[in-house]
Design a protein around this ligand. Structure first.
Ligand code: BES
Ligand code: MN
Ligand code: MN
Length: 487
């Protein structure tokens, strides 16, 4: 369908020149802008309705709610007259909808866009750190607080509303827009990945549009031209057949918790580089043009450290904070389990220990190859007296988008018109596992337009989304489809 070549870092050359020329071009008819403003309160109520559904995909007791969240968005599409269907999977359904294709003008086919997003959310724990309950949306100081506010219901809804309200107001769209809203992004999208080849005709498009990321900062909208990939694992250490008295046996029997600490420590050097043999073999260097352009964004390490509540920043030497977060691989321990966690002292030599850990990957790193290297690394670093088992969970490659595509240019104009300022070109460090697969299977481009903020607390207590960003997102989405129809 698309003629877009797979983007390579060389043709992904975002420019963040401070002298960037600003064009103020209205991308929407004035009466529609007025209509959106008049209906802002209703859109907020609809968002609240969706946010009240606790669609936690990882929680087996929340199954009914996840299905209800799918139905909610399906009903929205149906009410606006889109051709809609719920595609069952072994897990939660894929909600698909499409607008009518426009008539071809001058034999030239306008592009087809596929909006992708997710209706599932992360678990809300720890509950006691929420100011208002996670599934009772509360507006404070112009921001809506709820699990899923920014990740991703609030952001998905901007596109759903822009398209549905445009059609409901009796207008026609200059391009065809398809939607695929899934319910398992937060657990790795394995079922969507499995269905994808079979769905490739239905999902055929020129560009996938995703709002599931962030702006660079307040008042600094961004187009995200790359995301990191991910590889997640659990490492199990097995020692004696049962817990032992550390007085009788300590010093004579290998302690699995110590073995785990040694093995985890063997992964990373004091200078922040990853010590797994061959880990960097396939890593592509960051193109100088991107490094230069990110340096012009003017990020401030001290301010950044303050904003995340860190005493000081850390990481690989020789790279700026944005480079380390966006385009260098990383290693994190996500959880450690072993021995006595309860009150007081228990002098025990535990029989088992385990850790959950993950790597963020950069372009050209393959999660399957990384697993192989980790297996070899742990075999070399496992102390005698214990055994280990490495269990891979999900893996996905990194994603690069074409910063110079006509879609990026259309988006830039639409974002500028809605936010009053042109977007900067960035990458981000999080992962949306299915995007690299979309590029491969659908041979399409990807356009990441994050309306959220870095401090929106996605996955954390008091997750929020600024209502101003919600409404600007709706306007930018509506403007994008008009702009794409012109290009
Ligand atoms: N919306 C995020 C991805 C994201 C985060 C993009 C930050 C840009 C900046 C997404 O919902 C997410 O949380 N993804 C997970 C994937 C994992 C569960 C396989 C992630 O990045 O940890
Ligand atoms: Mn998300
Ligand atoms: Mn998420």
């Amino acid at each position: 369908m698309s003629q877009t070549a797979k983007p390579s870092p060389e043709d992904s050359q975002p420019e963040n020149s401070p002298t960037q020329e600003t064009r103020t071009q209205e991308t929407l008819p004035g009466d529609f802008v007025d209509f959106l403003a008049e209906n802002a309160g209703r859109f907020e109520e609809e968002l609240k309705e969706w946010l009240r559904i606790a669609s936690i995909s990882s929680d087996s007791s929340a199954k009914d709610d996840v299905h209800r969240a799918a139905e909610w968005v399906k009903n929205k599409f149906e009410a606006a007259g889109l051709k809609t269907e719920s595609i069952p999977t072994a897990g939660f359904p894929l909600i698909y909808a499409e607008t009518p294709p426009p008539a071809a003008a001058d034999g030239k086919l306008p592009p087809v866009a596929l909006v992708y997003g997710h209706y599932d959310v992360q678990p809300p724990e720890p509950l006691d750190l929420w100011t208002s309950p996670p599934f009772e949306p509360d507006v404070r100081d112009g921001k809506i607080y709820a699990r899923g506010a920014t990740d991703d219901k609030g952001q998905v809804l901007t596109h759903v509303l822009a398209v549905c309200e445009w059609l409901s107001s009796g207008r026609t769209l200059p391009i065809q827009i398809k939607f695929l809203i899934e319910g398992e992004e937060e657990v790795g999208s394995a079922n969507l990945e499995e269905h994808l080849p079979r769905l490739s005709d239905k999902l055929a498009c020129d560009v996938v549009v995703v709002s599931d990321s962030s702006q660079y900062g307040p008042g600094r909208p961004a187009i995200t031209c790359g995301l990191r990939g991910i590889a997640t694992y659990e490492l199990f250490i097995d020692g004696p057949s049962h817990d032992l008295h550390s007085g009788s046996f300590g010093g004579a029997v290998m302690n699995p918790a110590i073995a785990l600490c040694q093995m985890m420590a063997s992964m990373i050097r004091p200078d922040g580089t990853i010590a797994v043999e061959g880990f960097y073999d396939d890593v592509l260097p960051i193109p100088e043009i991107e490094r230069d352009s990110w340096k012009q964004l003017g990020s401030d390490d001290e301010e950044f450290a303050r904003s995340v509540g860190a005493k000081q920043l850390a990481g690989e030497a020789g790279y700026t904070t944005d480079e380390r977060r966006w385009a260098r691989p990383s290693f994190d321990i996500n959880g450690l389990t072993s021995g006595h966690q309860g009150e007081g002292v228990k002098t025990v030599l535990p029989a088992k220990a385990s850790a959950k850990f993950s790597h963020r990957l950069v372009p050209n790193q393959d999660p399957v190859k990384i697993t192989q290297k980790l297996q070899e690394h742990f075999a070399r670093h496992c102390p005698t007296g214990v055994t280990f088992e490495l269990k891979p969970d999900h893996g996905a490659g990194a994603m690069l988008a074409d910063a110079n595509s006509p879609y990026t240019k259309a988006a830039s104009a639409a974002v500028e018109s809605a936010f009053g300022v042109a977007p900067v070109m960035i990458r981000e460090g999080g992962s949306i596992p299915i995007l690299a697969r979309f590029q491969e299977v659908l041979d399409c481009d990807v356009l990441l337009l994050g309306w959220g903020q870095n401090d929106d607390a996605a996955h954390s207590p008091d997750e929020k989304f600024a209502l101003e960003d919600f409404h600007r997102g709706i306007r930018a989405s509506a403007g994008l489809w008009q702009q794409m129809g012109r290009s």
